[in-house]
Design a protein around this ligand. Sequence first.
Ligand code: PMP
Length: 394
Amino acid sequence: MLTPRQLFLRHQAQTSDFPLLLEIERAEGVYMYDAEGQRYLDLISGIGVSNVGHRHPRVLQAIQDQLDKYLHLMVYGEVVQAPPAQLAEALHQTLPAHLDNVYFTNSGTEAVEGALKLAKRHTGRTGLLSSYNAYHGSTHGALSITGSEGFKNAFRPLLPEVRHFRHNHFEDLQLINEHTAAVVIETVQGEAGVRVPAPGYLPALRQRCTEVGALLILDEIQCGFGRTGTFWAFEQFGIEPDILLTAKGMGGGMPIGAFISSQEIMAGFKTNPILGHCTTFGGHPVSCAASLATLRVIQEENLLAGVADKAARFRRQLVHPAIREVRNWGLLMAVEFESFEVLKPIIDHALWQEHILTDWFLFCDNSLRIAPPLTITDAQIDEACTALLRSINS
Ligand code: PMP
């Protein structure tokens, strides 16, 4: 009999020649365990997913309750099912009044796809703008607006009329014009290595979009659902989007995403053509039940309140001559080293000697990713920092 590791390498599609090959048997809270019972501290939450920790009891209970009722019933938008309906209302309660309509997807990239179509439908325009070094997903539309030529070249032709602006360069906002259907931007850039908008930048971007009638789409797939210390990151920047994207942490470990807008804009999918956007599984009742429980955990366990102090605790301890800079917005953190060649052995040492799981960023390979569950305790932060400093010194 082949082991799961052998089967993984032989039969599961690989996305690089150097997979991590960590094999996990179970997970709980901030910890994951291998078959030998070795405990690993998860400092990256499955890339921004396990914001409430692995297998949060309230999320498990919500899943269990839904399992006892029904699984898939019918394609999106036909049959009334309580979990997506209640989740849509709960999401709306966290948002400005005009963001009252939710379209559920299965993933982040699908939320991007739906939002791009909606913006084109609503404005009757075709131009799309996004930032260099932005990551928005791997399907053709989301890839088109991803701001890395290296990632895109092998897959052209992609969507036409896509242009990129330089993040935080106010003068590039003039690229937004009367042909622009939508501007897509991560409120805080993730894969670019945690890049925070300069003071006044997002308001200026918002204003330019409004001036020319372009929709502003905020991608909070990585930075939303509490990661930055407010439920949505945009709350801290004095702007509101026309369309908001969420996924990842939204499901508490289950696959789900959404694009959220106003009833008026979303109505574009109902006519000319009808079924303007369809999905079989979007809004799956089990994922929606898990997501609603996740939202309630963040609210009722007061997870947002601890984010700033926890981030500060990391920052105080992550001081070392080899660390060039620490960038963070809440518990989305990047610890910068001189190069990937310096960073990679630190990540490997942290994983295999210290049993701490970290990573680098897609478009910033000299920076260590720290994005732990928001439930991480002070003692666990201290444990992680001490171990990371040992790895840096090794
Ligand atoms: N947008 C952002 C900002 C992301 O970080 C990601 C995933 N890393 C995506 C979109 C795509 O999400 P998914 O992998 O669920 O398709």
